[in-house]
Design a protein around this ligand. Structure first.
Ligand code: KIV
Length: 265
């Protein structure tokens, strides 16, 4: 089956069809998302929180992102794989940003990259697109700037902040981005941006009017006790996992596992 491409992404918006995107950080999850027909898989730097246990995404390095993107790419043959460029890998100049972005496509098997930021990143986006690297933007709550934003808060709530976010979205489209993640943005603002852009918006706490949605897979599977307000738990895997671990421990302790069926004579 043909891989979902960035042009399919835009065609979906034009035909009014919604886009489903989820995160993966490993081969197994990538393969399952692919099998389920999820169109786009984001190897998000949220792996810093979800997989590595950091408080923020700031400590995540390029090498770590490439390592996980390679694993996901081994499992995904149909979905568009978007590699998230981590903190300070696209801020220190266009040549370095290009070299780092290219590694996601050349070495790791992604078809696109995602970067955070608006007008201040437009020239970087333009250079990447001109080099043949599809770029997804990310506006609103941009976790790599958490230290500047003063926490994980809804963005674009004042008139001035909403206007800036709107202009950022227009600048990213003008620079050639093929889509924009809108994270923790009031639904009315996300709807206005979605209406005025030709490229799709992908919401995460951006309301139902976005052209698609993305969630952190571990959140939507209900693996963690706590999740942000915008998460819907489509699964409740935490308790069955805890129960399975406890049942295993008990059987090992009682010597009921392994039984004859799991043993060799
Ligand atoms: O890193 C990530 O998973 C993301 C999504 C939350 C959009 O950027």
């Amino acid at each position: 089956m043909k891989r979902f491409s960035v042009t399919d992404f835009i065609a979906k918006k034009q035909s009014g069809q919604k886009i489903a995107m989820l995160t993966a950080y490993d081969y197994f999850t990538g393969a399952l998302l692919d099998e389920a027909g999820i169109e786009a898989v984001l190897v998000g730097d949220s792996l810093g929180n979800v997989i590595l246990g950091y408080d923020t995404t700031v400590p995540v390095t390029l090498e770590v992102m490439l390592h996980h993107t390679k694993a996901v790419a081994r499992g995904c043959h149909r979905a568009l794989i978007v590699g998230d460029m981590p903190f300070l890998t696209y801020h220190t100049g266009i040549p370095e940003a290009l070299r780092n972005a290219a590694r996601f496509l050349q070495e790791a098997g992604a078809q696109a990259v995602k970067i955070e930021g608006g007008q201040e990143r437009a020239e970087t986006v333009r250079a990447m697109v001109q080099a043949g690297i599809p770029v997804m933007g990310h506006l609103g709550l941009t976790p790599q700037s958490v230290n500047q934003l003063g926490g994980y808060k809804v963005q674009g709530r004042t008139d001035a902040a909403a206007e800036k976010l709107y202009r950022d979205a227009m600048a990213l489209e003008e620079a050639g981005a093929f889509g924009i993640v809108l994270e923790c943005v009031p639904s009315e603002l996300a709807a206005r941006i979605t209406r005025d852009l030709h490229i799709p918006t992908i919401g995460i706490g951006g309301g139902a009017e976005c052209d698609g949605q993305v969630l952190v897979t571990h959140d939507m599977l209900g693996i963690f006790e706590k999740a942000p307000k915008f998460v819907k738990k489509f699964g409740q895997l935490r308790d069955p996992m805890l129960q399975a671990f406890a049942a295993y421990k008990k059987e090992v302790e009682e010597s009921t596992f392994p039984g004859a069926e799991q043993s060799y004579s």
